[in-house]
Structure formats: structure tokens, C-alpha cells
Design a protein around this ligand. Structure first.
Ligand code: GLP
Length: 239
């Protein structure tokens, strides 16, 4: 494992996502030991090894709050591809929280759904889209937006089609915390694994801060740790 500080982010390069999950768990544990009570959670394949390590640990979240980044509009919480279902399966069934907020994809009233999202977050975990999205903040998203309804880009629909029978079944809209919501978190942990993320990782850390690459706004945060495997780190100019 090597560590370095590129720009203002603390970058940790690990061998693989297993080691990344252990490292992610250590960051959760450190926040927990320092009194964090509100945890911002993400879905996708990336955080699974961290959730596995949390499940295997003795950390007790039963007095804590979790807030999830995003959810597809139109999927019921018990739909197998909903992010609600994912969280139940990978974390909440084994490690219940006192309160878990996941956007309700069946609530057609976006304003009502957004209003549930106002908890200050102590530690936010993030994955990274191949196009640099965080949550479902696609390229071009206004960074001042809080939680909002998003129209998914074709590249995200194609990238996420692997979880559905075909691309036509991927919902076209999602509710997502905005970049402004994410930036209010006290601490951020972003994980990215695989060479297909290498371009987005490089632009996020070494490129300009731009709406074209939503994750680049994290350069302005000041308390971000990035865990990468060697593939995701392969285009960085690490010193
Ligand atoms: C989705 C989610 C993101 C996630 C991204 C990457 O689009 N909305 O929160 O970070 O996919 O997914 P994966 O971790 O499977 O690569």
C-alpha cells in the first residue's frame, strides 16, 4: 500500500478491492470512534467490500442514522435492482441503523421527497461513475443543487444495464443528493476500482474543477480520502 497527497485529496492505492474494503472500514471505524452519528451511504459494486467489512465488524449502528445518496425513480423499495433493496441486502439486514433514509423511488412528488434530505452527514462514502459522476450527478450538473431529480445520461444507462435484463429496463430518472449536499459532509471517502475508472480518477484528482467532471468538485472539499486499486490509479502522476 502506498499513500500520497495529490492536490488536496489523500490518495491511497491498494492491491485490490478486498484490501480497499479493509481500508474503507478503517476510515469508518476512525469516524465512528470520533463520534460520527450520520453516515452517508452509496450503492454500486464499489462499496460492497467496505460494507462486507462493516458487517464482519463489531461496530454497532443501532443508534445511528444513514442517508443514501440516490435511488432510481419508479423502482419500488423491494425491486431487486432498487438501491433500497441493495442496501438491505448488503448492509441493513445485518447492521441495522436507527434511521435509514433512502430516497423513495415511488414518490412521484419530487419536492416532497427532497424535503426529507436535510441531515448533516459526518462521513459520506462515494463510488465514481466512468464519466466522473458522483451519486447521480451527471456531467453538466449545477454544483449548487441540493438533492434533486436527475435525468440519467445514455452512458450511465449503458453502464448500469449490466444489472438489468437489458438497457430498456434501466430507469431514465433518479433522485440524487446534489454536489452541494455531498460537499456539506464533514468527511468524504471515495473508492474506485478497475482500469475503466482510470480516466475519471485522473480528471477528478489532477484535472481542473469543472462541471464536465462532477467528482472534480471534491478538490475543493478539504477532507477527502480516495481509495484506488492499481487499475484505477494507473493514469495518475503519483509522486
Ligand atoms: C451508479 C451510482 C453511483 C455509483 C456508480 C458506480 O451510477 N449512482 O453512486 O458510484 O454507479 O458504480 P459501480 O460502483 O458499480 O462502478
Amino acid at each position: 500500500m502506498t499513500e500520497s497527497t495529490a492536490m488536496k485529496m489523500n490518495v491511497i492505492v491498494v492491491k485490490d478491492r478486498q484490501e480497499g474494503g479493509q481500508r474503507g472500514y478503517q476510515i469508518f471505524k476512525a469516524a465512528y470512534d470520533q463520534g460520527a452519528t450520520v453516515y452517508g451511504l452509496a450503492t454500486g459494486s464499489t462499496p460492497i467490500t467496505t460494507y462486507d467489512a462493516l458487517v464482519a465488524s463489531d461496530l454497532d449502528f443501532s443508534q445511528m442514522t444513514s442517508v443514501n445518496l440516490d435511488e432510481y425513480v419508479g423502482l419500488a423499495p423491494d425491486h431487486a435492482q432498487s438501491y433500497h433493496y441493495f442496501m438491505q441486502h448488503h448492509l441493513f439486514d445485518q447492521k441495522p441503523f436507527a434511521h435509514s433514509y433512502v430516497p423513495n423511488g415511488l414518490n412521484a412528488d419530487a419536492a416532497d421527497e427532497m424535503a426529507r434530505y436535510d441531515n448533516p452527514i459526518d462521513l459520506q462514502i462515494l463510488g465514481l461513475g466512468q464519466n466522473g459522476h458522483i451519486g447521480f450527478n451527471e456531467p453538466g450538473t449545477d454544483p449548487k443543487l441540493g438533492t434533486h431529480k436527475v435525468e440519467l445520461t445514455e452512458s450511465t444507462i449503458q453502464a448500469n444495464a449490466r444489472f438489468f435484463d437489458n438497457a430498456d429496463e434501466v430507469p431514465r430518472y433518479a433522485y440524487s443528493m446534489g454536489i452541494a449536499s455531498i460537499m456539506k459532509s464533514h468527511q468524504i471517502l471515495l473508492e474506485a476500482y478497475g482500469e475503466e475508472k482510470a480516466d475519471a480518477v485522473k480528471a477528478m484528482i489532477e484535472g481542473p474543477v469543472t462541471p464536465d467532471l462532477p467528482a472534480s468538485y471534491l478538490q475543493n472539499h478539504g477532507n477527502v480520502t480516495v481509495i484506488l486499486d492499481e487499475g484505477a490509479a494507473s493514469k495518475l502522476n503519483l509522486k
